[in-house]
Ligand binder design. Structure first.
Ligand SMILES: C[S@@+](CC[C@H](N)C(=O)[O-])C[C@H]1O[C@@H](n2cnc3c(N)ncnc32)[C@H](O)[C@@H]1O
Length: 290
């Protein structure tokens, strides 16, 4: 089943890349964008008759819209709510940004194609959400998206992986949702599939940016040494000279949970401090050298 979905994602990815390659053969270069978070309007507007076509060229990937049911599912899975800041990288016709804005959430679309930016702004205006829904013409690889609390993507696996180092530097707890394409060896925290008769681009992945918990921590009970691979932790607790293994250890944003010496720890990692509860009792730990 998993292999089938993977094969399907690969085929879809090849289709998207194929269209992108075709566009390289006959390019219509879009106007270079100005990477800023202010949504500066383009110098000249395209005619209001501009109609986008699914599969049309894009800088690094063609435009194919996310189906509305999946847009809704992605925002739901991310737990997006007023107070969040959603950024859609490669925002196409603006549907994800406008959907977020209609939920009362401030949102920004970054899109290379100037015509799509103008189209998105017009759509936001028509929906009465242009204060919350902003669009900037720019290259996602030259735009600072670090302020987002929810990041949405419908790109390609290699583009997700190019973005991954910057995504991992984002504030712990930032939710990242991607239509169809994964993040390589960074396993998703959750998935959502469009219910019903969806045939293509029907599944989305969620990752929660983990805080950095790797290193050695001074706990009241002894020294805790953790290694970290994305949200997964492993390690040992040195109790009076005896190494006990750490199990069920993971991060969810800044939240840490692990079991050691038969006791369950839950807490928060804030820089070089960890605080939380073990068996109902408060604990505080400091990272060695921190
Ligand atoms: C598959 S579409 C997704 C559109 C929208 N996010 C959605 O889910 O409906 C990808 C979009 O990324 C845009 N794009 C491609 N490369 C880009 C780049 N380097 N910077 C900004 N936008 C880009 C394309 O023009 C296209 O609109």
């Amino acid at each position: 089943m998993k292999q089938q979905s993977l094969a399907k994602a690969c085929i879809l990815s090849v289709l998207l890349m194929g269209s992108a390659a075709a566009q390289t053969a006959a390019p219509t270069p879009p106007t270079a964008g100005t990477p800023s978070a202010t949504g500066t309007p383009p110098a000249a507007s395209p005619p209001s008759t501009f109609t986008p076509t699914s599969g049309q060229s894009g800088k690094d990937v063609v435009w194919v819209p996310t189906q509305q049911a999946l847009v809704d599912g992605m925002l739901d899975m991310a737990g997006a709510k007023p107070g969040d800041y959603v950024i859609d990288l490669g925002s196409g016709d603006g549907r994800t940004v406008i959907t977020a804005a209609k939920r009362g959430i401030r949102a920004l679309g970054v899109e290379y194609n100037a015509d799509m930016v103008t189209l998105s702004r017009r759509a936001a205006e028509a929906e009465g959400v242009s204060k919350l829904a902003q669009f900037v013409e720019g290259d996602i690889f030259k735009t600072d998206f670090s302020e987002a609390t929810v990041l949405t993507l419908f790109l390609l696996p290699n583009l997700n992986q190019r973005l991954r180092p910057d995504i991992l530097k984002m504030k712990p707890g930032t939710r990242v949702v991607s239509n169809t394409f994964d993040m390589g060896d960074w396993t998703a925290d959750n998935t959502f599939s469009t219910p019903g008769s969806c045939t293509s681009f029907c599944r989305a992945y969620l990752w929660i940016v983990p805080a950095n918990a790797a290193g050695t921590w001074r706990l009241p009970e002894g020294e805790l040494t953790l290694t970290q691979t994305y949200q997964t932790l492993a390690g040992t607790l040195n109790q009076s000279g005896k190494e006990v293994p750490v199990s069920d250890a993971k991060m969810k944003g800044a939240e840490i949970t692990f079991t050691a010496g038969g006791r369950q720890y839950t807490g928060l990692v804030e820089g070089d401090r960890m605080r939380g509860k073990v068996d109902g009792q408060d604990f505080i730990a400091a990272r060695s050298g921190g």
